[in-house]
Design a protein around this ligand. Structure first.
Ligand code: PEP
Ligand code: MN
Length: 336
């Protein structure tokens, strides 16, 4: 971290500030220029309250040189992380996976039928919401623990690993047979939940918050990793902007940016990003071309009658067409 002092700051106050930094266990490198004094702080600068420092009348500016996320940072872990979901299904480091399934698990017949059809079309992980975060308390809230049980049935029938969303750490007991625990956009900064998930040994799919920056997403991943769980998959799912023609705005640039800043796998959910089924395929292709490690796509066997997110759900046939087109992009990506 670098702190630039205001012109004319007297010696006594400069010494006082240096003593304060040293008291925090930091080494201070002082360089006196013609006009300004610059202090280079080395050590665990996490302890420095940057806002407090910026508020001091003798401070001109403060800049962090290294990012506050250490575990997720590619600088300290240059190789891509490869997360093993099952011995056959890995994600990251060149392993691309497609998660597909309905927004909500609605019945055994529905989830088993969709599971078989998405598997046949090339999906390698089955998604389905059981604990549903809905904007309205009057909307379908999901089948909750019963929904997780139905996902387990579909897993037994197809062999597909399953991913489903958790909304409260108090529900962890229901996730024992779940292969990937999803943290939804609305809970990206539910820090107590993230801390509890850091104590588990399950891969976590962390979705970007509706208005969260890339850095905030990485800091949330850091919460999980700081607890000892390094198996975090990041998911760009669209952010809220002034644009209303789509449900959200897919921040496709987040993919190469995240791939540069972190070693964690990065996937894209084009369904929640656009909210309109016919725009899902082009965004899925864009995500694959941009270097994503996987996709999450909502698929329903009867979209007009889906209990949630029917408008953005692909039919199994549309999904098969999308998955085939994604594979074509991936084979070109492998060649280049
Ligand atoms: C979901 O994947 O079912 C979901 C609710 O997504 P998000 O948290 O991205 O809105
Ligand atoms: Mn949904």
């Amino acid at each position: 971290m670098i702190a630039v002092l205001k012109q004319g700051t007297d010696e006594k106050r400069t010494e006082g500030l240096i003593a304060w930094f040293k008291g925090l266990g930091l080494d201070v490198h002082v360089s006196k220029g013609k006009y300004n004094t610059v202090l280079g702080l080395v050590g665990d600068t996490q302890k420095v309250d940057i806002e407090l420092l910026e508020g001091l009348d003798i401070i001109e500016s403060v800049k962090r040189i290294s990012e506050p996320y250490k575990s997720a940072n590619r600088k300290f872990h240059p190789m891509d992380s490869v997360i093993e979901i099952t011995p056959d299904v890995k994600i990251g480091g060149g392993n691309f996976q497609i998660m597909a399934g309905p927004c909500s698990v609605e019945s055994e017949a529905q989830i088993v039928d969709i599971a078989k059809r998405v598997k046949a079309a090339g999906a390698t992980i089955l998604r389905g919401g059981a604990f549903k975060p809905r904007t309205s308390p009057y909307a379908f809230q999901g089948l909750r623990e019963e929904g997780v049980k139905l996902l387990e049935t579909a897993k037994r029938e197809t062999g597909l690993p399953i991913v489903t969303e958790i909304m409260s750490a108090g529900h962890l007991q229901y996730f024992e047979n779940v292969d990937i625990i999803q943290v939804g956009a609305r809970n990206m900064q539910n820090f107590d939940l993230l801390k509890e998930l850091g104590k588990t040994d399950k891969p976590i799919l962390l979705k970007r918050g509706l208005s969260a920056t890339v850095k905030e997403l990485l800091m949330s991943a850091e919460y999980i990793m700081a607890g000892g769980n390094n198996d975090v998959i990041l998911c760009e799912r669209g952010i809220r902007t002034y644009e209303t023609v789509t449900r959200n705005t897919l921040d496709i640039s987040a993919v190469p940016v995240l791939r540069e800043q972190t070693h964690l796998p990065v996937i894209v959910d084009p369904s929640h990003a656009v909210g309109i089924a016919r725009f899902v395929k082009p965004m899925a292709l864009a995500a694959a071309a941009a270097g994503a490690d996987g996709l999450m796509i909502e698929v329903h066997n009867d979209p007009p009658h889906a209990l949630s997110d029917g408008a953005q759900s692909l039919t199994p046939e549309q999904f098969a067409d999308t998955a085939a087109a994604v594979r074509r992009i991936l084979s070109e990506r492998d060649e280049s």
